[in-house]
Design a protein around this ligand. Sequence first.
Ligand code: HEM
Length: 503
Amino acid sequence: MIQQSLAVVVAITTVAVLVAATFVQRYQFNKKYKLPVRIPGIPFFGNSFQLPPLQQGPWAKKMAEKYGEIATWVFLNSSRTVNDLLERRAAIYSSRPDFPMTQDIISRGSRIVLMPYNDRWRMLRKIMHNVLMARQQDVFMPFQDLESKHLLWNYLEKPDRWWSANGRYANSVIMSVVFGRRSMLDDPDVVELFETIELFLENQQPGVNIVDGFNFLKNLPKGLQWWRPRGEAIFHKTFKVYKRELEKCQAKLEAGTQRECFATDFFKSEEYQKMDETQRLFTLGSLMEAGSDTSRVTIGQIIAGAATYPDWVARAREHLDALCGRNAERLPQFSDKPNLKYICAVVKEGFRWRPNIAEIGAPHMLIKDDEYEGYRFPAGTVFTWNAWSIALDPKEYPEPERFWPERFMNDDVENALKGHWAFGPGRRVCAGWKVGEMNVWIAIARLLYCFDFEHIPGQEIDTMTIPQITKQKAPFAVKVKARSKAHADLIRRECVDVINIVY
Ligand code: HEM
């Protein structure tokens, strides 16, 4: 009896001490830091269970605040605050939080996009920069030209496969540069690559993997980590997909049939020698991954914009027809870019309109305590730009729901980074933005010149819920039809040669 009473007293005292310690800690924290208003959540788990597993954009727009309990997330809801913090103070706002599932298990620490802001990230970022920026003009453009002709051919011959054709196009451009090989429609290796991309994206959504929100769970013994076997399986699948590409390239090198490409330079580099196998594969894989999905999605968004707001298409065609003829005399070329600023504006509007590649931005972790407009943030606070909310805020963009390229017809029209946040801010800005912009520009100039895009009666496009993750299916229904017989003939004439080129 005495023992039982003693146990009760000890338990009560322990709880009281813990509660008191928590209050003291919270008091000290609150004295030192001042954070913005929280969205009410449930104790301990905060807002985790309020987050929809996909398409958080509309949800976050409604919240337009911050969420989180243990790791604090701050949503920046205006371009002004994104500029002030993530751009101007990028030196301390460019790290990433821990992702025990998606980075440590699914990527074995090797996916650049999730790396903390450290020397390893800097080394990889330099490699990416060399392939994606400096060399892009001379290296990427011929492939973008060729592959966009193949894209037109696919749209003409298989209009209902337009979504797969977008994926093939974007993938083939990056594969040509990285591995010196093209990809064809329904290439099983590419289908599997897209599966791994979607697995990664699905698992990266906040709230899907509880350990990525509540990092302390990673200290559980491995046998108790219920998420680990699923993560390991995704890692092995991804590793296999990347390794297969590397092995194909090495086999061609031995046979003397491999074209020069990024991989052949990379194999000879000092950095390659220093990396382990996983980092080598994930460097090549990150290029394939980031280069394939994003352009496919953006081209799709612009097609949705064309089908739902056709007024701007007519204006785009005035510009295109003035250069290439009303009667389909020739295809638009890269050399037309200075005279096709309207198409640059269309592409920028496509990036802004419904930012479904990063609906709630991407996490930027603060690495040093900081103060801003009366708030005091501790190091470790995670910031993001609330992409959906900013893009659809009438204070930022008049008539934000409308697809309206004219909003970008200003002095910055040729600067693809300015005026929207689709590529992210600061030092983590998309490493491949130039390639992405050029991919989309040439594809859209040619598609708009040659094809009509109409919604299908009874299958209206709900532009607010176009998903990024679609399991290989088109995210919406649209009717694709050549503008005229002359345009169809132009495609047959100018594009027939490229479809049989194999390397
Ligand atoms: C075409 C449309 C594209 C969009 C909208 C896009 C968007 C983004 C966004 C939002 C980020 C995260 C930025 C941040 O954290 O602040 C990112 C990162 C990245 N993107 Fe893109 N991207 C595109 C195309 C590409 C292409 C074509 C490539 C490469 C071939 C690429 C490679 C990368 C890489 C390597 C990162 C990681 C950068 C880092 O963490 O330092 N992206 N992209």
